[in-house]
Design a protein. Structure first.
Length: 722
């Protein structure tokens, strides 16, 4: 309105006069005020009034343009997925072939202003990616070297720097890992949730998407060399002291510089100009529409001050030229020095007021190098531990071989002293003090070369194996149970014939005792102890698969046939849980089974329970926290690493976290609330020589790799049953 225009004009005049009087007071402090003629002062005020009227006439246009620019990047506008700062895992920035080179050379990424609602959440170190719209490829991997801000480079991605950038939501970046670019069809599935049209997507990434993109790009990492890339350089500070509506002509700029040089001897005036010149840079970062009016006022004040300074210098130069002081004053040599000092001071102030981009980039590099050194140190430590463990295992293996050689020689040459030699062999490893609560027994099996009769104590905390008294004969495909402080091993074979024999081991006396034999020879059976009785479940003899169940009653001293299972099961697994026996999976002579059943001695019958999700035979079965864990095995086509968990209270199977290795015919034991998987067959005749450990909430970890556990078709049981 006209009233508003009037008040704006009065306001502008008051501001202008205050600036002029300040300038006059500054001049008066260094020279007599009378040297500025009244004519010059009147002329200056006249010109000032003309300038003010012109600027007030242009006020409406300026205000409108400022509003249009500022409102486009209001943080309240909807611009993406609106992830919170703690949910933001990374951001994709866009470019084209025409702008990509500048992005990499300046190490600066930018987006249109309305994207600032999430660019402002960027902190140094946040993973970033660059998407080229021209060839629709994703480049990376980058990371933020600064926080996300508006107008870090106000004139980036413009032809000659004469207009403001169209991409003011900016962040400085550095290269984390050089990778080959990914075509859109390679990464589209990872960020499928971000697509809102068939070829447009939101740039905000959550942590899961960021991790998957990093994995995809890392697979195509480019080997680093010693030479620096040609298209990258250190951070440079891009700043312009003039506002966007203050484009001076080349002649006017040079004129002002000459006038400033001529009067640089006045130190107080010089410092005043420097402070105000530099303050022009303060308005170029608008954030919301509430600051628009303030910014317009500041722009007017800055423009008025520049015109006042130009008019005053012009008047002053005329006085000096009339007095012929320009070339005769001996202090003119100091003028150049003063001007250079002023420029130096201005540069220093610019450097201290702008963010230290070079330092941020160097700090990011140092942090990355520290991470690499830390990872290297971790790898070296693990390697040293591995070598030390290998040395211990080698020494133990040598001692074990020596003991076996001694036993064989004694058995061949001096049969009467066999018992004495066995005592000496056991004593050779007696110095190993192993905690029974951390240990388990490994019984028999096949090591790839020979069938074993060994009885070994494996300590999970120390990863060492202690040899104990072996069985009376080699035994594989057998079953093992713990009852009344002794270990019972029954059935199995030696690779050529099946057994019906049963042996029991006394850990206290380290000796084996023959027990009543099974009713028929069988192997790949399973067993469990319940109500002071041992149950031998299923199995086969190489011709038939059995559903038979036999029970050993120690009071009677023989095996008694009991209620058979509902299905034939060879290479099954069975355990006892809460007073019931569970038989899971196996092979019925035609196919591998998903089915499972439970025997309740109170009902003296087998009942079906829900089927597993995967067919399994030659798998392992353990009880952990009152739940059944079916681990690995053969599904009819291949060995599998998968795991299923059955909770009797829920009556359903759920898939668990898979193991690191496929394996069947392995041994699984629970020690201190952890599952240990030992040995087994991986593919074909490849025998696994690793031990894996599982704990709820921590997943699977490979604890050791050693030839001592390279065996399959073995049996295993925990040392402590407290």
């Amino acid at each position: 309105s006209r009233v508003g225009l009037y008040f704006a004009t009065v306001n502008t005049l008051v501001i202008s006069c205050s600036f002029l009087w300040k300038l006059c007071s500054v001049f008066q402090s260094s020279r007599p005020f009378g040297s500025i003629s009244r004519y010059s002062l009147t002329f200056s005020l006249h010109r000032l009034l003309c300038v003010c009227l012109k600027m007030v006439g242009a006020r409406k246009k300026t205000q409108t343009s400022q509003f249009s620019v500022t409102q486009t990047f209001s943080p309240n506008s909807s611009c993406g997925r609106n992830l919170r700062k703690n949910q933001l895992g990374g951001i994709i920035f866009g470019c084209k072939n025409a702008t990509m080179k500048e992005c990499l050379s300046k190490q600066l990424f930018g987006l249109p202003a309305h994207h600032f609602c999430y660019v402002k959440n960027i902190d140094p170190g946040l993973p970033l990616f660059l998407f080229n719209y021209t060839d629709r490829k994703l480049h990376g991997i980058f990371e933020a070297a600064s926080s996300g801000r508006m107008f870090i480079d106000p004139y980036g991605w413009t032809t000659d720097g004469s207009e403001r950038t169209q991409y003011p939501a900016q962040v400085q970046i550095c290269v984390r890992l050089k990778c080959h670019p990914l075509p859109e069809d390679k990464f589209k599935e990872v960020i499928a949730d971000n697509y809102y049209t068939h070829n447009r997507f939101y740039f905000e990434l959550d942590h899961a998407q960021t991790s998957k993109l990093i994995s995809l790009l890392s697979a195509g990492a480019i080997a680093s060399d010693n030479s620096a890339p040609q298209n990258t350089q250190k951070w440079i500070t891009v700043s312009r002291p003039l506002a966007s509506n203050e484009t001076l002509r080349e002649g006017e700029t040079s004129k002002m510089l000459e006038l400033e040089t001529e009067h640089s001897t006045h130190s107080s005036t010089r410092s005043y100009w420097i402070e105000n010149d530099f303050s022009f840079d303060g308005y170029i970062r608008p954030l919301d529409t509430n600051e628009v009016e303030k910014e317009v006022n500041e722009d007017e004040q800055n423009s008025i001050f520049m015109k006042l300074k130009e008019l005053t210098l012009d008047s002053e130069s005329q006085d000096l030229s009339l007095a012929n002081n320009a070339n005769d004053t001996p202090g003119m040599n100091n003028t150049e020095e003063g001007y250079m000092e002023a420029l130096d001071g201005l540069d220093e102030k610019e450097q201290t007021s702008n963010p230290p981009f070079d330092y941020q980039y160097n700090i990011a590099q140092l942090v990355q190098e520290v991470k690499e050194l830390t990872n290297f140190q971790k790898i070296q430590t693990e390697r040293n531990c591995y070598l030390e463990q290998k040395l211990i295992e080698a020494e133990m293996e040598i001692q074990h071989l020596k003991d076996r050689c001694t036993l064989l020689e004694s058995a061949c040459n001096i049969p009467n002293h066999l018992a004495h030699v066995e005592k000496v062999a056991v004593k050779s490893t007696a110095e190993l003090h192993l905690d029974p609560k951390d240990s388990l027994f490994l019984i028999g099996g096949f090591d790839g070369n020979s069938w074993l009769a060994t009885m070994d104590l494996y300590c999970t905390s120390q990863n060492v194996i202690k040899s104990l008294k072996p069985m009376s004969s080699v035994r594989s495909y057998a079953s093992v149970v713990w009852l009344n402080g002794e270990i019972y091993v029954f059935g199995g074979g030696n690779g050529y014939v099946w057994y019906d024999t049963v042996e029991s081991y006394n850990p206290v006396h380290d000796n084996w005792t023959l027990c009543p034999s099974l009713n028929q020879k069988k192997g790949s059976l399973s067993g469990a102890a319940l109500n002071d009785k041992i149950f031998a479940v299923g199995g086969g003899n190489g011709v038939d698969c059995f559903s038979d169940v036999e029970m050993l009653d120690l009071d009677i001293g023989r095996w008694i046939p009991t209620r058979s299972m509902l299905e034939k099961r060879f290479a099954l697994s069975a355990v006892e849980l809460n007073g019931a026996i569970y038989a899971i999976g196996g092979f019925d002579g035609n196919d591998y089974l998903r089915s499972a059943e439970r025997f309740d001695p109170r009902e003296h019958s087998w009942t079906k329970i829900p089927n597993m999700n995967v067919k399994r035979g030659c798998h392992s079965l353990v009880v952990l926290n009152e739940k059944l864990y079916a681990l690995g095995g053969f599904d009819g086509d291949k060995m599998v690493p998968s795991i299923e968990v059955f909770d009797p209270r829920l009556g359903a199977w759920t898939m668990g976290e898979p193991m690191n290795h496929c394996r069947g015919y392995s041994a699984a034991v629970v020690v201190k609330e952890s599952i240990y998987m030992i040995g087994g067959v991986k593919v074909g005749e490849n025998i696994v020589d690793t031990v894996e450990n599982y704990k709820e909430g921590q997943g699977w970890q490979e604890t050791c790799t050693t030839a001592a556990v390279k065996r399959c078709f073995l049996s295993a049981i925990a040392c402590s049953h407290e």
